[in-house]
Design a protein around this ligand. Structure first.
Ligand SMILES: C[S@@+](CC[C@H](N)C(=O)[O-])C[C@H]1O[C@@H](n2cnc3c(N)ncnc32)[C@H](O)[C@@H]1O
Length: 267
């Protein structure tokens, strides 16, 4: 019988939104079969009650990030990937299926033992650590084989909301990535309808995980904080257009509350 692991509400939520929309490898399908997402159903229903198309936000964000990384790897296959706060997301697993020999380091303060019980791929390194503890992060990355002096692509998906500017800056400037990609909750630039959806959904998640405050960043505030150059910024409108070739749910740039921004080091 298939072993099934019951996840916490918030871990299950993103995976419920994701369904089989972005990652298509058999390894990911097999991995997802082992996860029982029922704990996230209530939160999933509550988000859908705020805006029935909420899954589109997650799918667009994940598609944009995956496509950008695939393009970066096509140009520079020797990049190492670090995913900060990877959680149970199968992003790293999908990348191992598409890019043979790629070294991927996934860090999270939770979930890693569960993931390690389901995935055993030598190039996918699962590191249990808090991003705020940069000394231990660097130590564990190096122990796992990360080459500090070689170019790294840092993926920060679904995490900027939870990190204070100080912790975020400290982590990124310690890793010193050549490239980075973030999704972030806008500080400004959304119309009233978009602001209402984004604020209601994030207030709901905020109440579930009982944190002090959700962090908001614009692309420019992140650029200043990280001391990196912006390569590209996508609104949800731009992400949707890139994914499906038209706009259905996100008709304009100001109808969006989450952006994805790609960065490059200055040096
Ligand atoms: C919403 S999930 C994002 C998972 C995945 N990156 C995605 O986008 O689907 C947020 C993750 O951040 C992790 N997290 C939050 N604060 C963290 C910290 N200070 N250090 C390490 N992980 C952290 C949580 O454990 C959780 O797995």
């Amino acid at each position: 019988m298939l072993e099934s692991i019951k996840l916490s509400e918030t871990s299950a939520l993103v995976l419920l939104f994701l369904q089989d929309q972005v990652y298509h490898s058999n390894a990911v399908k097999e991995y997802l079969l082992h996860l029982d997402l029922s704990a996230g159903k209530e939160l999933h229903n509550a988000c859908n009650a705020i805006w029935p198309q909420y899954a589109e936000v997650i799918v667009n964000r994940k598609h944009t990030i995956l496509q950008h990384i695939n393009e970066a790897l096509a140009k520079n296959p020797s990049l190492q990937i670090i995913s900060g706060a990877a959680g149970l997301d199968p992003f790293g697993l999908e990348l191992t299926q598409r890019h043979k020999g790629l070294e991927i380091y996934e860090i999270d303060r939770e979930q890693m033992p569960i993931k390690a019980g389901l995935i055993n791929i030598p190039n996918l390194h699962l590191i249990a650590c808090d991003l705020a503890d940069t000394t231990t992060v660097i130590e564990k990355l190096k122990q796992s084989g990360w080459q500090q002096d070689e170019p790294t692509f840092l993926v920060m998906e679904g995490i900027s909301y939870y990190l204070t500017p100080d912790i975020l800056r400290n982590f990124v400037t310690t890793i010193k990535p050549r490239y980075a990609i973030f999704d972030h909750l806008r500080e400004s630039g959304m119309n009233e309808a978009a602001d209402l959806i984004g604020s209601n959904v994030f207030d709901l998640i905020h109440d579930y995980i009982k944190m002090d405050k959700m962090q908001r960043y614009n692309a420019l505030s992140l650029r200043e904080l990280l001391e990196m150059k912006i390569i590209k910024n996508w609104s949800l409108c731009a992400m949707e257009h890139q994914r499906i070739g038209q706009n259905v749910h996100f008709p304009s740039d100001d109808f969006g509350w989450v952006d994805v921004t790609a960065f490059e080091s200055k040096g």
